[in-house]
Design a protein around this ligand. Structure first.
Ligand code: ADP
Ligand code: MG
Length: 447
């Protein structure tokens, strides 16, 4: 690989080299005529495959004159199944049951903490008595926080208790596609039969249906038919039903009649627990991994459980293939490129939220401490609400995330604040001027 790298250096500019090739880590794995190289993310991987793979394999053929050797670019998590790290149970992941239910996503391996306790408890109840407790059961939250996992756990639990139950899991995007195919091929009967015959319908990422009104109409019929017969429907979404855009209100109001639960971001302790659990299933032969290493990983990957898991797999893979002990030092090496990019984005965004908070508190002559604090005098609440509104408008991050920047206020508090300011701005000229002035200051600050 070093030889290939130095040849590549001659072909490509320093910029491309830095951006693409310097981020790859060599893997001393060589099997079936392939040498594996780990790409730091899917984007880099696909760029290499599209743009550079031909050149790389050509260079390889000049280096390995006799053998036929090719390079393969993979993500760390893709390779893990191929190492001795993982026992046979890992293959379960590819064993799907009805529809696309993935048997490895269970309640047992869902780690419960403050951010998901209520959602978990209600999911268990729904799974225990499908069609009785809450219909539909609607789970929302940001990406990578366990919505699909929890939904599939419900399906698996019901399937385990009663094999006669017909459980169907489908992503909303696939439902749209099926509906379109049904129109094209005139297979409406088949389509109807499939969806009217289910006992439990799990529909993932419903927000994908926005802007597909015909599909929504059809889904409404399915929804209506199934709920009338008390068949359980579970829905996931990246936002609460009331905030879904371009989804007919006939549907959203029905969603709101069910039970809505949200999943938030796990705190540090919870994240460490998730890593610990993963370790016991992913790498049972790695015992007594230093708690500090887990905390180290958990401290960097703090917004998305999928990324958190990916980081752990990467560390395990790196240390096992290079035959080195797992420590904070080696974990840092393994995660080097990921941490660098994360630091960059984190620094950027956090500073900007900070900036808005400090400009607003400056403008109203209060401290940032009071801006995000608990005091309820309008002297503090007005600037607080304006700052929330500005962050929402500028970055469009989840209300819950904004709440966490203001002393852990909840979703609905932030939502109400933003709406209040938005309405006020329609007729309150004085406030408009204030907000414009603040915006200008923020711009100036940013440059
Ligand atoms: P979402 O659907 O919200 O984007 P997923 O359910 O796909 O997120 O979760 C992403 C990954 O994180 C999955 O591999 C899932 O198993 C894992 N995960 C998320 N939350 C938990 C949890 N509380 N305990 C264990 N694993 C979790
Ligand atoms: Mg999902």
């Amino acid at each position: 690989w070093q030889q290939v790298l130095s040849s590549l250096h001659e072909f490509y500019s320093e910029d491309i080299f830095d951006e693409i090739f310097s981020q790859l880590s060599n893997v001393k794995k060589h099997s079936g005529g392939y040498i594996y190289v780990i790409a730091p993310n899917p984007y880099t991987k696909s760029r290499i495959e599209r743009l550079y793979l031909g050149r790389i394999n050509h260079i390889a053929s000049t280096i390995y004159k006799k053998e036929l050797v090719k390079f393969k670019f993979v993500l760390a998590e893709e390779l893990i199944g191929e190492t001795s790290l993982v026992g046979p149970e890992k293959n379960l992941e590819h064993k799907y049951r009805h529809g696309d239910l993935n048997a490895t996503l269970s309640f047992d391996n869902f780690v419960v903490g403050k951010s998901n306790r209520f959602a978990f408890q209600m999911a268990l109840k729904v799974a225990d008595q499908p069609g009785v407790v809450a219909n539909p059961f609607y789970i929302f939250g940001d990406v990578g926080l366990g919505k699909t996992h929890l939904m599939q756990a419900i399906g698996n639990y019901i399937a385990d208790n009663d094999i006669t139950k017909n459980i169907l899991y489908i992503k909303a995007s696939a439902f749209i596609e099926e509906f379109a195919n049904q129109l094209k091929n005139q297979t409406i009967d088949e389509f109807n039969e499939k969806y009217r015959d289910v006992d439990v319908l799990l529909i993932d990422d419903i927000q994908m249906m926005s802007g597909a009104p015909k599909t929504q109409m059809e889904f409404f019929k399915v929804f209506d038919f199934l709920t009338q017969q008390n068949k359980q429907i579970v829905i996931t979404s990246d936002k609460p039903a009331s905030e879904l855009k371009n989804i007919m209100s006939r549907l959203t109001s029905r969603f709101e009649q069910g039970l809505l639960v949200d999943i938030g971001v796990p705190d540090l302790e919870h994240r460490v627990e998730i890593l610990r659990k993963k370790l016991t299933t992913e790498a049972p032969d790695v015992n007594d991994l230093d708690l500090n290493v887990l905390e180290f990983i958990a401290s960097y990957f703090n917004t998305n459980v999928r990324e958190l898991e990916g980081a752990l797999k990467r560390v395990l893979f790196y240390c096992v293939t290079n035959n080195i002990d797992i420590s904070i030092d080696t974990a840092t090496e393994a995660l080097d490129s990921l941490i660098k990019t994360r630091k960059k984005t984190a620094a950027l965004t956090e500073n900007n939220y900070d900036k808005i908070q400090s400009v607003v508190s400056d403008y109203y002559a209060i401290s940032v401490h009071d801006l995000i604090g608990k005091r309820r005098n309008s002297k503090y609440t007005l600037p607080r609400h304006i700052a929330m509104y500005l962050i929402k408008n500028k970055y469009n991050i989840a209300y819950k995330t904004i709440g966490s920047l203001f002393g852990n206020r909840d979703h609905s508090t932030v939502l109400a604040a933003c709406e209040k300011i938005e309405n006020e701005l329609k007729h309150n000229n004085e406030m408009k001027i204030a907000v414009d002035t603040i915006l200008k200051k923020i711009e100036k600050y940013s440059n």
